[in-house]
Design a protein around this ligand. Structure first.
Ligand SMILES: CC(C)(COP(=O)(O)OP(=O)(O)OC[C@H]1O[C@@H](n2cnc3c(N)ncnc32)[C@H](O)[C@@H]1OP(=O)(O)O)[C@@H](O)C(=O)NCCC(=O)NCCS
Length: 207
């Protein structure tokens, strides 16, 4: 599975639907990072790192020489000159990478469609966002809510490497033209890409 629109933008991608994949592409030091984690989290990490290495291969990096450790803040230590992002969800994991000369940052999020139900809206969405969601027919509200939630997650991963600012879900307001936050002046111009793949929603923020 590949999104031609991302390729056209110079964003390299790799996705996998396999829940359990082998760890043959991971180094000993990468595997050490997850030795104490719950089994399902180990699988998530392996799926994400494998996708990231496959995407980097498409940029020309030899997989055997790649080691993608994690920074203390959780983001990936990408090779020099590269920006990227990873997301893992039940049933689909993916990674996007690009050259730093082309992008200041990339953020990706993958969610199961209709995941965000109204009972948790109050924790995730501002009053403006909730009013916007209520304008949709009932049967589309959860899908639209998941879309905004996912864009916010992707936005968080996009902005973090640049601003190192923690933003809670209600600190950021989605609006038609972008996100309303207190950190907009620190960010480059960014755009978003949203697509569906079977039961999954994929959100990307790039700029
Ligand atoms: C970090 C966070 C965004 C991860 O998202 P998630 O939906 O839990 O999980 P995902 O599978 O989509 O993403 C996990 C990946 O995010 C990446 N990540 C973790 N911390 C990160 C950070 N600070 N900046 C960028 N990427 C980060 C990692 O690559 C991680 O995968 P890995 O551990 O296998 O390397 C989320 O847990 C979080 O802390 N969010 C903060 C609050 C927020 O989302 N605010 C939104 C309003 S802007």
């Amino acid at each position: 599975m590949e999104f031609g629109e991302l390729n056209d933008l110079g964003i390299f991608q790799h996705f996998t639907v396999e829940e359990e994949i082998g760890s043959e592409f991971l180094t000993t030091r990468e595997l050490e990072l997850i030795s104490n984690r719950h089994f399902s989290k180990q699988l998530d990490f392996i799926r994400g790192r494998t996708c990231a290495k496959m995407a980097l291969k498409k940029m020309g990096f030899p997989i055997a020489q790649l080691e993608l450790l994690s920074e203390p803040d959780g983001q990936v230590s990408w090779p020099e000159g590269v920006v990227g992002s990873i997301s893992h969800s039940k049933g689909l994991a993916g990674a996007i990478v690009g050259w730093k000369k082309d992008f200041q940052s990339l953020g990706i999020d993958i969610e199961l469609r209709n995941r965000v139900q109204p009972k948790i809206w109050n924790r995730l969405f501002t009053e403006f966002e909730q009013e916007h969601l209520l304008q949709f027919p009932l049967e589309f509200q959860s899908e639209k809510a998941t879309e905004i939630f996912s864009l916010k997650e992707a936005f968080y991963k996009f902005q973090w490497p640049i601003t190192k600012t923690f933003l809670g879900m209600r600190d950021v307001e989605w609006q038609e033209h972008g996100f309303d936050t207190g950190i907009s002046s620190k960010l480059p111009t960014y755009r978003h890409f949203t697509s569906m793949y079977n039961q999954h929603l994929i959100s990307v923020i790039f700029g």
